[in-house]
Design a protein around this ligand. Structure first.
Ligand SMILES: Cc1ncc(C[n+]2csc(CCOP(=O)(O)OP(=O)(O)O)c2C)c(N)n1
Length: 592
């Protein structure tokens, strides 16, 4: 079937039986490609039928579908003209693992970070209404993403707006780990309601043969809640805030899905369709371990095992060290925004269940909650990926730094992250944290230094940022020393008289390689591991610059306002003359 389907138009020509075969074909294709390329497997397998139903019922790209996070959009990509290109997903020069407006007219909004879809949909609906157009706008959001503050803010606005949007709640009871929080308890109650089951015949009866009359009947029905009462559960959150609730419906039954989606089209004002799906559907290993297969490296299809065994990475070292520190200090707690495993907190949760808090996809709340715990004497560690720290910026400024609270903000996945691409690169954190007063900002060159920095952070009663990269240590460079950490002190790794190479974090290894290259050219490079972006070790750096008069800075961050800028400022402010200066960092553009 997949061979015959090249666009959503083709879906309109096939029957349910053929669509079910198509769903199988798509799953097989996703499994073939993702087992080689790696990717967000379980979420995408879970929405194959939903994607077919959406593109069958809606008239895309005129009607718009916004995929929240966008990690579940693989079937959408395959059905919207990117079948062949799908083989290149998440590879250099290939298509993105997330929706990209530049990539296809069917991707109507870029996503990657969670909980944005309802806001974007409402914005598009308001633009549509102001322009007097009549297309449908659909946001597809998971139960995990629904826990995000933005999604709640958008629901609040959309409910009262009366704007015509359709929110599809893709409820698989999982975020990356099992869904958490009161909303999940509420959804749990809805999940036990009788499934929506209307036959095609019923739907035809609802709609009548003439679309206008059909819509009129539906509108009437909505008011009296008679005809579609099986699909509407009154007196509940979504209805109370202004949405027409439809469902729950079996998310793997294409016919039922199409029927309820047709109903949702006819609803006046905002509608929410509650779809029950199974994460990992159709692949035994992913169904059994949806968290492991949420985002997977390349794996063996037969065994479900990764092709390359996972080596120790910074997140794991962080998690292990935190357990050690927590054993000695009862005040230490760990907070995650739905990223327990990604940030290495799995074992910590087992060891200290009472001191572990998964707050849902809610970085802002996580940080202010940490501030609350810190002000009352706890020492919170908050590991969040660099790109998701962007969500919590005001919380860092207003709630943590301004009150000078002892919160240890661990910035995981700092720097370039690889296949997840543009939305996930963690290249801005040094720049945006550096301007915040009171913050101490560090980055380790290797695992040992991370452990030492964490220990130091517990002893220093200040707001602290420790940033470390995705993956493990540099394969080629092994550091055999690690001085004790002192506030604002850099570590000189190599003496030299010709060039000062000043680096931070992961890039210290590159600095060592660069020094070896210079040696081959007969030049002696001095290598300084800055350790602290803030406070910068001005004395040691100045001394080195005055000696060599030739400086190179290297960092895994932006040219604007990172280590290079700090050194540049030091040169200008101290009026150091005749200095050759080169900054190696990322240009002022978004990285692919
Ligand atoms: C702001 C932000 N925080 C964290 C993440 C990482 N993340 C990606 S998908 C996901 C879980 C999403 O769960 P859900 O919406 O239920 O979708 P599912 O994968 O279950 O289909 C998380 C936490 C993110 N993308 N954006």
């Amino acid at each position: 079937m997949l061979e015959k389907i090249n666009s959503p138009e083709d879906l309109k020509k096939i029957n349910y039986e053929e669509k079910n075969i198509l769903a199988k074909d798509i799953r097989k294709y996703i499994l073939d490609v993702i087992s080689k390329n790696g990717g967000h497997l379980a979420s995408s397998l879970g929405v194959v039928e939903l994607t077919i139903a959406l593109h069958s019922v809606f008239d895309t790209p005129k009607d718009k579908i916004i995929w929240d996070v966008g990690h579940q959009s693989y079937a959408h990509k395959i059905l919207t003209g990117r079948k062949e290109k799908f083989k290149t997903i998440r590879q250099k020069g290939g298509i993105s693992g997330f929706p990209k407006t530049k990539e296809s007219e069917y991707d109507c909004f870029n996503t990657g970070h969670s909980s944005t879809s309802i806001s974007a949909a409402l914005g598009m609906a308001r633009a549509r209404d102001l322009k007097g157009e009549d297309n449908q706008i659909v946001a597809v959001i998971g139960d995990g993403a629904l826990t995000g503050g933005m999604a709640q803010e958008a629901l609040n606005d959309a409910g009262c707006s009366r704007a015509k949007i359709i929110v599809i709640l893709n409820d698989n009871e999982m975020s990356i780990s099992p869904s958490v929080g009161g909303l999940n308890l509420f959804l749990g109650k809805l999940r036990t309601k009788k499934l929506y089951r209307k036959s095609n015949g019923n739907i035809k009866k609802f709609f009548g043969k003439i679309p206008y009359v059909g819509n009129f009947i539906i509108r009437k029905a909505q008011k009296t809640k008679n005809i579609i009462k099986q699909a509407i559960i009154p007196k509940m959150y979504f209805e109370d805030i202004g949405f027409t609730y439809l469902g729950p419906v079996d998310g793997h039954n294409i016919e039922q899905l199409e029927n309820i989606l047709k109903l949702s089209k006819a609803v006046e004002g905002p509608a929410l369709v509650h779809v029950l799906t199974k994460k990992g559907k159709g692949y035994k290993f992913a169904e059994e371990n949806p968290d492991k297969f949420h985002s997977t490296p390349a794996f063996n299809l037969e065994t479900g095992e990764p092709i390359v065994k996972k080596e120790a990475d910074y997140s794991k070292i962080f998690g292990n060290e935190l357990i050690k520190l927590a054993k000695n200090d009862k005040k230490i707690v760990a907070i995650t925004a739905a990223m327990k495993d990604g940030t290495g907190l799995g074992e910590f949760q087992k060891e200290f269940p009472d001191r572990f808090f998964d707050v849902g996809i809610a970085e802002q709340h996580a940080l202010t909650m940490a501030a609350g715990m810190a002000i009352d004497g706890m020492i919170p560690f908050v590991p969040i990926y660099s790109s998701f720290y962007q969500r919590g910026y005001d919380q860092v400024i207003h709630d943590i730094a301004m009150q000078n609270l002892h919160v240890i903000m661990c910035v995981d996945r700092a720097g370039k992250v690889g296949a997840d691409g543009m939305t996930h690169h963690g290249v801005f954190d040094m720049a945006f944290f550096r301007i915040i007063p009171n913050l101490v900002i560090m980055a380790p060159k290797d695992f040992t230094e991370l452990e030492k920095m964490m220990e130091f952070a517990v002893s220093l009663k200040k707001p602290i940022v420790i940033r470390y990269p995705r993956g493990g240590e540099d394969k080629d460079i092994k550091f055999n020393k690690c001085q004790e950490i002192e506030l604002g002190k850099a570590e000189k790794l190599k003496d030299g008289k010709d060039i000062s190479i000043i680096a931070i974090g992961k890039k210290v290894a590159d600095a060592m390689k660069m020094a070896e290259d210079y040696k081959k050219q007969g030049k002696e490079a001095e290598v300084i591991n800055a350790r602290f972006l803030k406070p910068l070790d001005e004395n040691q750096i100045k001394e080195s610059i005055l000696k060599t008069k030739n400086v190179i800075t290297i960092e895994d961050g932006t040219k604007i306002n990172g280590l290079g800028t700090a050194v540049e400022e030091l040169i200008v402010e101290n009026n150091l003359q005749n200095i050759k200066f080169k900054k190696i960092a990322y240009d002022d553009e978004f990285l692919d």
